[in-house]
Design a protein around this ligand. Structure first.
Ligand SMILES: [Zn+2]
Ligand SMILES: [Zn+2]
Length: 344
């Protein structure tokens, strides 16, 4: 009898993991107790929205299987990364957010509450903080080492939203939480925004298998859609380092990094470094190894530090291959002309 116990434990652990992955614990508890009154609260509404992305991912895989477009390698690396990150990343992130709130709340410029106008204010600040984190993640080589794991997949699907280096979430959350708390976004409002942003941020990774045209009709002109985020994941020179926002793309428009998806330029997903995107180790540690090699061979301490702080592609020899240099050399002024064309 005792020999069955480990098996029972394995099934129980798997069951718990599935429940938590799909975010359906609250729904199961409500249906068991028959008490649905929680649905009238914000917590209850959030518990209904939580399973959205995991279930869409399941639907995406089922559809891909049905149309015989399913390729295990499109999902394998993001899945392995998800498993690797499952506990440690979340644990560090929660500690980092709690630390920032504790230390920065006393110096907040004012105190907001939860209402529709504070939500708009908080969201604009959050997007600004997200822009800062995301811009630095692309423009500082050290931070790119943390972020490149997310850009490595060469196909777009919902599993990509789970593909992050384990230290990226803590780094992103420290920047975003600090800016928001100092700017007066109260912790409950911040958690609500984090939830909306997390759900939308995952949804914009819906791939062509589930959403052929990611423009979402007129919304493409108002908010950041899956189409804009596909552009962000592209390695085409025109698309590199654009669309850093998540839901409201005001800061991309203000800072000149906004870019529409164009019919004449089909998206090529991935990063420009030669990479084996099927290898978990290369996707996860490849960029760190490359930086280590560059730092080791750089002459002098100043060059070594510059490799860490300058954008990816910077070289001590002066032969830079940064995104802005590649973009300029490909087609100067094209972006501006094309954007005008789309807006007409
Ligand atoms: Zn990015
Ligand atoms: Zn993404």
């Amino acid at each position: 009898m005792a020999t069955y116990i480990p098996f029972i434990n394995i099934f129980h652990t798997l069951y718990e993991e599935l429940i938590s992955f799909f975010g359906i614990r609250s729904i199961i508890e409500m249906s068991k107790s028959g008490d649905y009154s929680k649905l009238h609260t914000l917590d209850g509404i959030l518990s209904i929205v939580s399973p959205l992305v995991p279930f869409l991912l399941l639907l995406e895989i089922v559809r891909a299987l049905f149309y015989k477009r399913f390729k295990i390698e499109d999902y394998k690396v993001p899945f392995l990364i998800f498993v690797a990150n499952r506990f440690i990343s979340r644990f560090i992130s929660i500690l980092a957010v709690a630390w920032c709130i504790d230390h920065l709340l006393p110096i907040a410029i004012f105190k907001s509450s939860i209402s529709w106008y504070w939500l708009i204010y908080g969201y604009i600040i959050w997007e600004f903080a997200h822009f800062i984190y995301h811009y630095l993640a692309h423009k500082v080589r050290l931070f790119w080492c943390l972020h490149s794991t997310h850009h490595a997949p060469e196909q777009m699907n919902l599993s990509v939203s789970y593909a992050h280096f384990f230290l990226e979430a803590p780094y992103a959350d420290v920047i975003r939480t600090s800016i928001c708390i100092i700017m007066g976004v109260s912790p409950p409002l911040l958690f609500l925004i984090m939830f909306i942003d997390g759900t939308w941020g995952a949804f914009i990774h819906a791939g062509e298998n589930i959403l052929k045209d990611g423009r979402l009709g007129f919304l493409n002109r108002v908010i950041l859609t899956p189409s804009h985020h596909r552009v962000h994941h592209a390695k085409n020179p025109l698309y590199m380092d654009t669309n850093f926002c998540n839901l409201l793309n005001i800061w991309d428009r203000i800072f000149g990094t906004f870019q529409y998806e164009e019919k004449e330029t089909p998206i090529e997903y991935g990063i420009t470094r030669k990479i084996n995107s099927k290898s978990f180790l290369d996707v996860y540690f490849g960029e760190i190894t490359a930086l280590g090699r560059d730092v080791a061979k750089a002459p002098g301490i100043k060059n070594k530090i510059l490799y860490i702080l300058k954008p990816p592609g910077w070289s001590h020899t002066g032969d830079h291959k940064t995104a802005s240099i590649i973009k300029k050399s490909m087609n100067p002024g094209k972006k501006e002309r094309e954007n005008e064309k789309v807006l007409v």
